[in-house]
Design a protein around this ligand. Structure first.
Ligand SMILES: Nc1nc2c(ncn2[C@@H]2O[C@H](COP(=O)(O)OP(=O)(O)O)[C@@H](O)[C@H]2O)c(=O)[nH]1
Ligand SMILES: [Mg+2]
Length: 208
């Protein structure tokens, strides 16, 4: 398992002109409001204050970028604004859609961790996001959070149901709890693979 050496906030972007580009590996965390995106980032980097955890859902309207250093190499970790919060206007929802879609359209070498709540089947918004990622050929994994809320047996059942609902393999779903840090190692192992694959790609690109 890799270990995380250093995390630094880079910037927040409210529009595509503020996006962090550069072509290195970027791991972006997406999902509906309150699913635990900020908690997930804090758990990963082992720092409680890195990303702000909100008691009020739907507050993050910005894309927040962090640079992460590990013993295996670096990457950019990106906190995308949450969707599916009922109490925002249609205009705000459309604004969110445009911002995040242009992020997916223009960020090279992004891998998306889509967070869902293990206790619920994916929402219509989750499905829309995943269909968009397929359509744009952006690689993604599902991270099923809040596993502390259910028994182990219920988690296994939910995992199968979520995989079936999204028509993906069960191994494309990582079970975590940002509360008790279950699954952190699995996520870090996945990130280790992604860093290695990205290094491989960079070497190939240079050789061509
Ligand atoms: N029980 C439990 N609560 C969690 C977990 N992850 C996040 N939460 C809580 O869910 C709420 C929303 O978390 P936040 O990280 O702000 O979600 P975001 O809107 O997706 O960034 C907060 O009250 C968190 O404490 C988890 O794994 N288990
Ligand atoms: Mg958040």
């Amino acid at each position: 398992m890799i270990n995380i050496k250093n995390v630094n906030f880079i910037t927040s972007a409210a529009s595509p002109s503020g996006f962090v580009r550069g072509g290195g590996l970027q791991i972006a965390v997406a999902g509906k409001s309150n699913v635990g995106k900020s908690s997930f980032i804090n758990m990963l980097v082992n720092r409680n204050g890195a990303a702000r955890v909100s008691g009020t859902p739907g507050r993050t309207r910005l894309i927040n970028y962090f640079s992460v250093d590990t013993n295996a190499g670096g990457f950019v970790l990106t906190d995308l604004p949450g969707y599916g919060f009922a109490r925002v206007s249609k205009e705000e929802k459309e604004g969110w859609g445009r911002l995040v879609e242009s992020y997916f359209d223009t960020t090279e070498n992004a891998v998306i961790f889509v967070l869902v709540d293990i206790r619920h089947l994916p929402s219509a918004d989750d499905v829309k996001l995943i269909e968009y990622l397929y359509y744009k050929a952006v690689p993604f994994y599902i991270v099923a959070n809040k596993s502390d809320k259910q028994s182990r047996q219920a988690n296994m059942k939910s995992k199968r149901e979520i995989a079936a609902a999204l028509k993906i393999g069960i191994d494309d779903i990582i079970l975590v709890s940002c509360l008790n840090k279950a699954g952190r190692e699995d996520v870090l192992n996945k990130i280790e693979e992604l860093i290695a694959a990205n290094g491989e790609r960079e070497r190939t690109d240079t050789a061509e």
